[in-house]
Write a protein that binds this ligand. Sequence first.
Ligand code: ATP
Length: 235
Amino acid sequence: ATAAPALSVKGITVGYQGVPAVRDLSFEVHPGEILALLGPNGAGKTTTLLASVGALPVMSGQISALGAPIDRRIERTSRRGLALVPDSRGVFRQLRVQENLALSKRRGGPPVESVFDHFPKLKTLLRQTCGNLSGGEQQMLALGKVMLQEPKVLLIDELSMGLSPIAVQDILPRLRAIATEQAIAVVLVEQHIDLALAIADTSLVLHHGRVALAGPAERLRRDRQLVEAAYFGTT
Ligand code: ATP
């Protein structure tokens, strides 16, 4: 009884040099929904994100985003409203915060100042060199930069890579609020499982490229043994 999915992945098999890294994967994300994409190292999470933006060809299956099949001409991806935040966070460490934000500003897009509505702290950091920011501040900047693209589908690859749970605790609830307010469909790859499940609507655990577990995030929150079994491939 809801709108059409913003991102729809149907039975995709995708890999490298003809060797599948992800097999027969299906999921949907609706506007304003967050899907937590979980799984151990090498499970195929990054591969899934890259295929979802059209950067990797699928060997079989279909992907559509915002009502049309995904375009392999990835220069169109951002214009179509899809955005990918890499695990390096897409931040230039040598540059100041204001320069990093300016580089993401788009003609006709929202002003740089609109980022401060979500992340007021960034306003106080404008002249700081990004390499000197804390991990949590870099996360804010990474999300702030991507918000200037006004994405409708947002794919996030371990935004909190290398950060402590404390540093992550602040950013994920803000991501939740932004997704809801702006009706953005989010796929969140995250190693902090509990924090990801706390803000997600749905969840999916990959193991060796296959779905080991999928369902409402709330169910996985309540049954952590189920999640652990899926991580270890014993389901
Ligand atoms: P991580 O958390 O370690 O990034 P992941 O779940 O994102 O793991 P992927 O990076 O998608 O996993 O990798 C899935 C599988 O595909 C792994 O077995 C990996 O070795 C393989 N793989 C990834 N990139 C390539 C590549 N460029 N060429 C060949 N194989 C690759």
